[in-house]
Write a protein that binds this ligand. Structure first.
Ligand SMILES: Cc1cc2nc3c(=O)[nH]c(=O)nc-3n(C[C@H](O)[C@H](O)[C@H](O)COP(=O)(O)O)c2cc1C
Length: 192
């Protein structure tokens, strides 16, 4: 049964897509549903850029990879990915047909939390519709810049929060989600 709990626990990030495109209507519908999140002071501080031009995404992928390689020494969290980034065949957007980039208003204190929840909703809504989604942190360098924001018509007081690719999965993913590591839950129950 497709319960919410099943959707949440079985979802996986999708890194392989068919060539099938996603319509403007489908993408708009996903975004319109994804914004129904709790958000700080009800500021609703999000804006969206949608790219469905694969050639443009490839250009941004190449630019992101070159930038990470040039700055590998100062970006230790990227060093474990050096081999992938050096691979000319590796597209950081996995040739997905659509990319939704979420920007948050810097005048709104909780913007990163708010926009991250919208990004997660996109993942869940995609899963529910038989689509795939993946947050692409590797793209943060290219989409956070003043120049790229200007190209996209994003005001300077908005900052990048989440680039999320979407599309039709090339194959069905395993029946269960990516395994979780053990973690602790500290209960402070007082007198139960
Ligand atoms: C902030 C953030 C950045 C991420 N960046 C990337 C990325 O650049 N490339 C990628 O393939 N996956 C990326 N992911 C997806 C994670 O690798 C994935 O969520 C994690 O491995 C857990 O797997 P699951 O989503 O299947 O549960 C990112 C996820 C988050 C939340």
């Amino acid at each position: 049964m497709n319960t919410l709990k099943n959707l949440i626990t079985n979802r996986r990030s999708c890194r392989s897509y068919t060539d099938e495109s996603l319509s403007r209507e489908t993408l708009t519908e996903l975004i319109n549903a994804a914004v129904w999140v709790p958000n700080g002071s009800n500021n609703q501080p999000w804006r969206f850029v949608v790219i469905t031009d694969r050639a443009l995404m490839k250009q941004y992928s190449d630019a992101a990879k070159s930038d990470w390689l040039a700055r590998l020494a100062e970006t230790p969290h990227m060093q474990q990915y050096e081999k992938a980034i050096r691979d000319p065949k590796y597209n950081i957007f996995y040739n997905a047909p659509a990319l939704v980039i979420i920007y948050g208003n810097t005048e709104s204190y909780w913007r990163v939390y708010d926009c991250s929840m919208v990004a997660y909703n996109l993942h869940l809504l995609a899963e529910e519709s038989g689509l795939g989604a993946c947050w692409i942190g590797f793209a943060h360098n290219v989409f956070a810049t003043r120049e790229t924001k200007a190209e996209f018509g994003i005001p300077e007081n908005y900052e990048l929060v989440a680039p999320v690719i979407l599309g039709h999965p090339a194959s069905s993913h395993p029946a269960t989600g990516t395994p979780r590591k053990p973690f602790s839950i500290n209960f402070h129950t007082g007198t139960e």
